[in-house]
Design a protein around this ligand. Structure first.
Ligand code: ADP
Ligand code: ZN
Ligand code: ZN
Length: 743
């Protein structure tokens, strides 16, 4: 028997091995194996059975070992890996690395627990003798005798107050026996109240929900691939639709994957899922980047062996090796967090759709603000659309009030952090003991140091961005490379003391709120304040318990949180997401406004949203104010069509970086000519040009854009050309297919 093995590191090439007699029973396609390569032993994945045409079998070396008794990738995942490698221009080994958790690639073992039990009853005189000669052993024996079943050794020893030596003595005497039991480390049990589950009876579905659930159910019953797009305003009960769909998948004997943009930000969703399914006897595995290796391994093993049928997790959970996949839910499908920003640069949502296609499963995408890619697919009839237009119980959508900051600045003179309207509302809510959330999508105190005399803006010496002022420790920090230094007292260029801090950050907003509401209890939530682990969950908990009046934070607090007592949400600077060189800037702004306003008025009282902007007439803001998703989508799609941007064509970003800008430019220009000559008809090339941030960590950056009708066709040809091009060693390149982050 001969197998083809894809090494996991170093070799991007299929190698062939002979399978020794002893391993024949365990080796399968998808098995993780140890293989000899030259003098070393490496990990590899069996991707095919059968020999190589060009190597005579007697020359082949033997397979070393098989790591787990079950294959680590299901057949559909092997197919998915090939597609990802071709589509995202990633090496197979990178794809496998993303698919197979490190805990599985490593040697993590199942955790075993030792148990103690009585081996045989002791006669009365034997016990008496034992009590005299070894009183501690006697004490242990008497304790064990009172137990109904074997008990964890560590627990027994602590209870009885004896050491392990005593237990060993008792075992030697034949009175006690030790046995091993496999224990599972269950992630999240502690964070969610020691495994205490939120079990609520499922509500009766309203009409819109029923229609959506029925549509998904009909697709699943056909056992054919289908994509459903659930467009439901915030608070319309989308999660309930997802839960019913998962129930259907389980009832049909299948399994389901439930993706969320970021598990740490959605503890409520995780608790709801576990509450619903574990109560019904279905273990729910939580997949999360902060899990310990042991937790990952155990959860993964429960899935691969078919003991658990539901997995909830971020992006990489799309690779969960579940047998019998029937459904993949992608919650908040528009979220850029689904895109991985290192190789393989895959989009979790798109991979979910493709995996569903490979397995004949149903993919259920949902959002209050679906991506325009998905909207276009629904309008083209490729995705089946269901809409939830009203909030559950017909709760009102919050009123959005837009403040024109140009007028505000004239009235208040100078830099304004909080408009009078926002301040008035804050006073009212605080007086009524209702809660307030303020969003500002920038951490730090202010964006930059600006000299009033010479106009100098202090930049990072290693990156082409302005430094951010952090007041707490009086420093200037670079948010790209992390470099920091003390804030100067005067202008570094001309020495003038007339320096000003320009722009807003979370810290400055915090300071303004303290001035306005000195007695309010407030907390700031951004990556600076969240450096300590668990702090995040603690703040959310305190907020839920009403121990915090005002929560200030970056967008990270905007996701999926449901606090009934929040009646006022302020977006301090809506312009931050709007005026960036990204064709999705409008879409991002609209999404931000809609998501943010979804946080207000979740309880019985109506909510209000105040949006501060210097461009109140902007389409994204006006459509959001009227909560007019379709109007926004129509207008924006028309514009995208006009410029032939995604979703009408695919976009590929090619970044070149290195220490020598002239050299990069020279080679990039040559490269572009080559691409145009070879692929001119299929690909439109733009560039090379300097990247929006020209320098990061002392490396210069240039970029080229490719527009094409089919990335699946264009990317492999680009890669082929790239491999045949003589690049200098100090120019590093990166291809990003369907990029989400353009700056
Ligand atoms: P979304 O995910 O669309 O923002 P959720 O699914 O979180 O909305 O629903 C909002 C709230 O409404 C939740 O507390 C949920 O339990 C409740 N809910 C959902 N569907 C119903 C229903 N049919 N009847 C009553 N309450 C419901
Ligand atoms: Zn100056
Ligand atoms: Zn820097």
């Amino acid at each position: 028997m001969i197998v083809g093995v894809q090494p996991l590191a170093g070799f991007d090439k299929l190698l062939h091995y002979r399978v020794p007699e002893t391993l024949r029973a365990t080796v399968q396609t998808g098995s993780l194996v140890r293989i000899p390569i030259l003098r070393r032993h490496e990990l590899g994945l069996v991707v095919a059975t059968g020999g190589a045409a060009d190597v005579p079998p007697e020359k082949l070396r033997n397979l070393g070992a098989v790591l787990h008794e079950f294959p680590v990738l299901t057949p559909d995942l092997l197919g998915l890996a090939r597609w990802m490698s071709a589509y995202y221009a990633a090496r197979m080994e990178q794809v496998f690395e993303a698919m197979i958790p490190a805990a599985v690639r490593g040697e993590t073992k199942l955790k075993q627990e030792k148990l103690l039990a009585v081996a045989r009853p002791a006669a009365a005189d034997e016990l008496a003798a034992l009590t005299r000669r070894a009183p501690q052993q006697a004490k242990l024996y008497q304790f064990l005798q009172q137990q109904f079943q074997p008990v964890a050794k560590s627990l027994v020893l602590a209870r009885v107050g004896v050491t392990a030596v005593v237990a060993t003595g008792l075992v030697k005497r034949g009175l006690a026996r030790e046995e091993a039991r496999q224990v599972e480390r269950v992630a999240y049990a502690d964070e969610l109240g020691g495994g205490e589950l939120v079990t609520a009876l499922p509500p009766a579905l309203n009409e819109e929900q029923s229609i959506a659930v029925d549509a998904v159910r009909a697709s699943m019953a056909k056992r054919k691939f289908a994509v459903h797009l659930l467009h439901g305003v915030t608070g319309s009960g989308k999660t309930e639709v997802y839960l019913r769909a998962v129930e259907d998948a389980l009832a049909a004997g299948g399994s389901a994957i439930y993706l969320v943009p970021e598990v740490a930000l959605t503890p409520q969703t995780v608790a709801r899922l576990r509450g619903r399914f574990e109560a019904a006897g279905h273990r729910t595995v939580v997949w999360h980047s902060h899990l310990s290796e042991g937790e990952r391994f155990d959860g993964w093993q429960a899935l691969v062996t078919g003991r658990a049928h539901v997995v909830v997790g971020a992006r990489s959970a799309v690779f969960a090796p579940v047998p019998g996949l029937r459904l993949i839910v992608v919650d908040e499908e528009h979220e850029p967090a689904y895109k991985q920003d290192e190789a393989p640069r895959y989009h979790g949502r798109d991979v979910a759709v493709y995996r569903a296609k490979l397995t004949g499963a149903v993919c259920l995408l949902g959002s209050a603000t679906p991506s325009l890619e998905s909207v276009a697919n629904a309008r083209a009839g490729k995705y089946r659309l269901s809409s939830l237009l009203r909030r559950v119980d017909d709760k009102k959508m919050p009123d959005i009030q837009v403040v024109d900051m140009r007028i505000e600045v004239m009235r208040q003179r100078g830099l304004v952090t909080l408009s009078r309207l926002l301040v008035d509302h804050m006073h009212q809510r605080f007086a009524r003991r209702e809660q307030i959330i303020l969003f500002i999508n920038r951490r730090g105190y202010s964006t930059s140091l600006l000299c009033r005399k010479c106009g100098h803006v202090e930049e990072c010496p290693h990156c082409s961005v302005a430094l951010t002022y952090h007041r707490a420790d009086e420093t200037l920090k670079c948010h790209l490379c992390g470099q920091e230094r003390g804030a100067p007292a005067g202008c570094p260029a001309c020495g003038s003391p007339e320096i000003r801090w320009r722009g807003l950050g979370t810290q400055r907003v915090e300071e303004a709120v303290r001035r306005v509401l000195p007695r309010a209890r407030l907390e700031r939530m951004d990556t600076d304040a969240m450096a300590k682990k668990h702090r995040f969950r603690q703040i959310l908990n305190d907020f839920r318990l009403g121990k915090i009046d005002v929560l200030i934070g970056t967008q990270m607090i905007g996701k999926g949180l449901d606090f009934p007592n929040v009646t006022l949400v302020g977006l301090v600077d809506a312009d931050l997401s709007m005026h960036v060189p990204d064709f999705r800037a409008n879409e991002r702004t609209f999404q931000l406004l809609m998501q943010v306003s979804g946080r207000a008025g979740r309880g019985d009282r109506a909510g209000e949203v105040v949006v501060q902007t210097f461009t109140p007439q902007a389409g994204a803001i006006q459509f959001a104010r009227r909560a007019d998703f379709d109007g926004f989508a129509d207008t924006e799609l028309k514009m995208r069509k006009q410029f032939n941007y995604p979703p009408y064509r695919h976009l590929i970003h090619h970044l070149f970086r290195g220490p020598n800008p002239e050299k990069i430019k020279f080679f990039a220009e040559h490269w572009v000519k080559r691409v145009e000559a070879a692929l001119g008809g299929a690909v439109e090339v733009r560039g090379p040009s300097a990247a929006p941030i020209e320098k990061v960590k002392d490396e210069y950056r240039f970029q080229v854009w490719y527009f094409c009708a089919s990335a699946a066709r264009a990317v492999p040809r680009l890669v082929e050309l790239q491999n045949g091009f003589a690049w200098p060693p100090d120019v590093t390149q990166m291809l990003d297919v369907d990029p989400m982050n353009l700056v």
